[in-house]
Design a protein around this ligand. Structure first.
Ligand code: ZN
Length: 323
């Protein structure tokens, strides 16, 4: 794996069918959709916590049980950075015997997935009945009716991986001592390695794979949804930043703001590695996912960004990174 990459950054759009990916507080007979309000309109969103859960479950499918723990009754996980891929990548807050409370900041940062089409005009209410057997024959409508909000939308999601912190932990150490009559120690931070380079590469590869096929969303028994990226940008950066997250601005008709895209690509290029004389950014574009795909492709080509499908773009980034 290359050792000059500080961040792997991904931003994507995905168009869903009729679904409810993340429920709000709801009521006794209502399963609502989590919503945010902007400029007087309501939009759906999927929380960052839910996105992290989906990614974890996708990783779990490819890991043996001892490398992917689950939380105990107190909601605490194992905290074994060396052995547990999920605790390493997603961090934890846990209490360890003889050590006390231990927290690890997740090297994987995800954004909430924000719906970009107003719910007014895209929301419907489906109802699900839990009818008791035989009730119909008696001509009675007994049983419970639960209303489920469903909507079609285009979501924007994002992920940034702090590559240096995968499999490593920051620890404070004594840098030296001041002079004088009463010397005082001064400190700095350094990384403690928990795993070797090959295992680090393997974990990063697994995370990027999970992004292509994460699928353990709630309510899938009735709402089979593909929420994986349709339009995607992935970058290898030698400087840690989140700037690429602003590249895909979409209006209510699912047209990407092309001027903004070109500007953000220009802004992130100095943070990116240079590979074959162009910035280490790859794009994937599924036909029909956005309104102005041709203009978007042209802007990407102009910026030296090769355009293929989302999976090929991630494969190219993985190959360049060496994972
Ligand atoms: Zn664990």
């Amino acid at each position: 794996m290359r050792d000059d990459v500080k961040a792997v950054q991904v931003v994507w759009l995905t168009r869903t069918g009729l679904t409810n990916l993340n429920s709000g507080e709801g009521g006794s007979n209502l399963v609502d959709i989590k919503k945010y309000r902007f400029a007087g309109q309501e939009y759906p969103y999927v929380s960052g916590q839910a996105m992290r859960f989906y990614l974890k479950e996708a990783l779990r499918r490819h890991l043996p049980p001892d490398q992917a723990c689950v939380a105990d009754d107190q909601g605490e996980t194992c905290g074994r950075i060396g052995e547990c891929v999920l605790c390493d990548l997603f961090g934890f807050m846990t209490t360890l015997p003889d050590v006390g409370a231990v927290t690890r900041v997740s090297p994987v940062k995800v954004s909430p997935a924000m719906g970009l089409v107003p719910l007014d005009g895209s929301l419907t209410l489906d109802f699900l009945t839990r009818r008791h057997r035989g009730a119909l024959e008696q001509g009675e409508m007994t049983g419970d009716i639960v209303n489920v909000e469903l909507a079609v939308n285009v979501y924007k999601g994002g992920l940034c991986l702090d590559v240096e912190r995968v499999g490593r932990e920051e620890e404070r150490y004594v840098l030296g001592e001041t002079g004088g009559r009463r010397p005082k120690a001064y400190y700095s931070l350094r990384f403690r390695e928990h795993i070797d380079g090959q295992e680090r590469a393997c974990r990063i590869g697994l995370l990027l794979d999970a992004l292509q096929d994460f699928s353990d969303y709630s309510k899938q028994a009735r709402l089979l949804t593909d929420f994986a990226p349709d339009v995607l940008l992935v970058a290898l950066q030698h400087n840690y930043s989140h700037r690429l997250q602003k590249a895909l601005e979409v209006d209510g008709a699912a047209n990407v703001n092309v001027a903004r895209l070109a500007q953000v690509l220009e802004e992130v290029t100095p943070d990116c590695l240079t590979i074959d004389g162009r910035p280490a950014i790859w794009a994937g574009l599924l036909d029909g996912a956005i309104g102005n795909a041709e203009a978007v492709s042209a802007a990407l080509h102009q910026a030296g960004v090769p355009v293929s499908t989302p999976r090929r773009a991630i494969e190219a980034a993985k190959a360049a990174l060496g994972v």
